[in-house]
Design a protein around this ligand. Sequence first.
Ligand SMILES: NC(=O)c1ccc[n+]([C@@H]2O[C@H](COP(=O)([O-])OP(=O)(O)OC[C@H]3O[C@@H](n4cnc5c(N)ncnc54)[C@H](OP(=O)(O)O)[C@@H]3O)[C@@H](O)[C@H]2O)c1
Length: 299
Amino acid sequence: MRVLVTGAGGMLGRSFALYLSRHESWVNFLSHRSKMDVTDSTAIQNGFNHSQPDVVIHLAALTDVDLCQKEPDAAYLTNYLGTWFVAQACAQRNITMVYLSTDMVFDGSKESSYIETDIPSPLNIYGKTKLAGECLVRNLVSHHYIIRTGWMFGGIQEDHKFVGKIIEQILTGKELKVVTDRIGSPIYTEDLANKIINMLTENLPWGTYHLANRGSCTRYEFARQIMDYSELPNISIVPILSSDFPVDTPRPAMTALRNYSLELMGKDDMRTWQEALNEYVAKMVKERKRKTEPLRIAR
Ligand SMILES: NC(=O)c1ccc[n+]([C@@H]2O[C@H](COP(=O)([O-])OP(=O)(O)OC[C@H]3O[C@@H](n4cnc5c(N)ncnc54)[C@H](OP(=O)(O)O)[C@@H]3O)[C@@H](O)[C@H]2O)c1
């Protein structure tokens, strides 16, 4: 199976690269923006001609939610037009396309976890562009998987997102304030990449799937759990409300996801977010110690 991954240098892209490098049955082409800018249709056609993929995993996106809000044209250019070009290239060649979407397609007003048949209604530009991408993929590519996922963590050394930031803060020893009124479903990038490859291998029906680790939590609970699993000296984590820190970009309050399509098929074997987080944080702290140890000895 030949697979082309767009946005391969990103957080999830690196987990795909790791998985594919360990499995010889997959020939992988990892595409970075420098080689294949998804807003350049000629570059896409060249990339497809060169790699001749059976499957395209389209991860390339502008993922900074605040930047998307400030620069909507840039967000639509990458997340909408870029997805359009990739979808068109897949459709022309009858290639299976995997498109990564987000829990931010929902407005957060539901009281229980979102399932695939709930009606999206994004609150911010990022969510709107990702939903627009979903519609393109659905309309243009008959063999598609649209995967909506939640609060991603992974990447270890390159982790500049929530888990990485919390670990950094714990190491400073300073107090941390985290909101209690945002609920979501965490997902470890390695679990996500493995499951997507598994879905492709098992030929699961094409369509839209929610895919996250089992369970949900508030940002505050997530931060506390990171601290517990890190086994680093504890700092004070203060619960606050998001209204205490108003931001320009509207964000949905509740985006827990239920992997309902997989559940119905008897294929939801995702572990809990706590198990996944525990494994990830342990790896991250170990890697950190490995990197800092020689420095201490040298001193
Ligand atoms: N992170 C999350 O919590 C989350 C949650 C739900 C869904 N998702 C979706 O999952 C996918 C992967 O997310 P991620 O967190 O791995 O994202 P990420 O770390 O921000 O990586 C995105 C990648 O896309 C590349 N890219 C941006 N513009 C491009 C362009 N015009 N042409 C080609 N490549 C371009 C970036 O390259 P540069 O590094 O060169 O900019 C980067 O390598 C995205 O589609 C995202 O919308 C993410």
